[in-house]
Design a protein around this ligand. Structure first.
Ligand code: PMP
Length: 405
């Protein structure tokens, strides 16, 4: 049965011979939102998606512990059977209120939110239009739906428009699916332009704000808020596993009849609901997100500082500064060596290899947190620059080592 994976097994074997296994890192102890112990050594974490640093936020931990003690460790059931507690209903109301939407439904992960949303919304006669760089959960959700799937060029509203024009005579509804911030390169969707295409073609629009909720927009509602097009977004998907520091996902909308999705979305119905402690902690995290805009400012300040520092050193990065800063590297071998050398220097980042990356690039993916301090960001810039030089990746002029602004 496993023979078909022989090639991948060999590749993994080679990977392990060259150093630590980047896909099997164990944090022996988590010391803070930005530091951990690996193999008895303290490392700086620069690849956790913990954008607001809320994993140890006292008020969230407090609410989660209280719910854990009051309601137990798990619900042992689906939302449509014995798995709906007051904490789930309160969280759904909180999300809807936060996003100015009429309704929200909570899933056990963001992955399941996309599976449930796409498979339930798009039926046999419908058309799904996906950005080519969509997350795996969007692709998997579209496979579960019986709709016809069309991919359009990444972040290209003109290509989307052409394809929608082409599909104009087809029966059924059209649903455009894009993300706020893309998880590999940290690039942002041109959402205003996508919204204009949606209006002109009569399609529906779903935005997965997994990496942009809590990060973009004056109130942290995401890219749609920042771009001023919330009215045009029919469905918002998001996750609790990034800026909210926990686990779970949601789908929110103001469309009438939304409630019926609870009896259609299979990844909602046929799986156990979130532990109530998680729901209570996330509800509190939404309060923190709303009441402490300084967290978002600190996050974006750190993002700008890291981006500027690495750009000045001469690295090729994603197109714009964002809390995801990706270093583009020529080959997978270089990226693997780079990743190991950073770990040896006490810096943990994510290694992203083709085919999971856009344009089959090998990437060092970093993500910053509001919880990083200036010294930590500067340590990361210095470590990445030093390894880049050691590997001969920086030209003399590029590696001018100008201090980060
Ligand atoms: N959507 C996007 C765009 C993501 O990047 C991710 C996680 N990387 C998910 C959905 C899934 O989120 P979760 O971790 O909650 O399953």
């Amino acid at each position: 049965m496993l023979g078909k994976y022989a090639q991948l097994k060999d590749q993994l074997g080679t990977l392990r011979e060259t150093g630590a296994d980047p896909f099997n890192v164990t944090f022996d102890r988590i010391l803070s939102p930005t530091t951990a112990e690996i193999g008895g050594r303290e490392v700086l974490l620069l690849g956790t998606n913990n954008y607001l640093g809320l994993t140890f936020e006292e008020s969230c931990v407090g609410k989660a512990v209280a719910a854990l003690q009051a309601d137990g460790t798990g619900t042992t059931g689906s939302r449509i059977a014995n798995g709906t507690y007051g904490a789930h209903v309160a969280l759904e109301k909180r999300i809807a209120r936060f996003l100015h939407r009429r309704d929200a439904m909570v899933f056990t992960t963001g992955y399941q939110a996309n599976l449930g949303a796409l498979s339930a919304l798009a039926g046999r006669d419908d058309q799904l239009l996906l950005d080519a760089d969509s997350h795996a959960s969007i692709y998997d959700g579209s496979r579960l739906s019986e709709a016809t799937v069309t991919r359009f060029r990444h972040n290209d509203p003109d290509d989307l428009y052409r394809r929608l024009r082409h599909l104009a005579d087809r029966p059924g509804e059209k649903l455009i699916v894009v993300e706020g911030i893309y998880s590999m390169l940290g690039d942002v969707a041109p959402l205003r332009e996508f919204a204009a295409v949606k209006r002109e073609t009569g399609a529906y629009l779903l935005v997965d704000e997994a990496h942009s909720l809590g990060v973009l927009g004056e109130h942290g509602r995401g890219l749609a808020e920042q771009a001023g097009v919330e009215e045009d977004v029919d469905f918002v998907v998001g996750t609790f596993s990034k800026s909210l520091g926990s686990i779970g996902g949601f789908l929110a909308s103001s469309l009438p009849g939304f409630e019926v999705l609870r009896l259609i979305a299979r990844s909602y119905m046929f799986t156990a609901s979130l532990p109530p402690s998680v729901a209570a902690g996330v509800t509190q995290a939404l309060d923190v997100l709303g009441s402490r805009p300084g967290l978002r400012l600190a996050l974006n300040h750190n993002a700008d500082r890291l981006y500027a520092g690495l750009e000045a050193a001469g690295f090729k990065l994603g197109p714009t500064p964002s809390p995801i800063v990706a270093v583009r590297l020529g080959s997978a071998e270089t990226a693997i060596a780079f990743w190991n050398m950073l770990l040896a220097r006490g810096l943990y980042v994510n290694l992203a290899l083709p085919p999971a990356t856009p344009e089959r690039q090998a990437l060092l993916r970093t993500s910053v947190s509001a919880a990083h301090n200036r010294e930590e960001i500067d340590f990361a810039i210095a470590a990445i620059t030093a390894v880049g030089e050691e590997l001969g990746l920086l030209s003399e002029t590029g590696a001018a080592l100008s201090p980060a602004k």
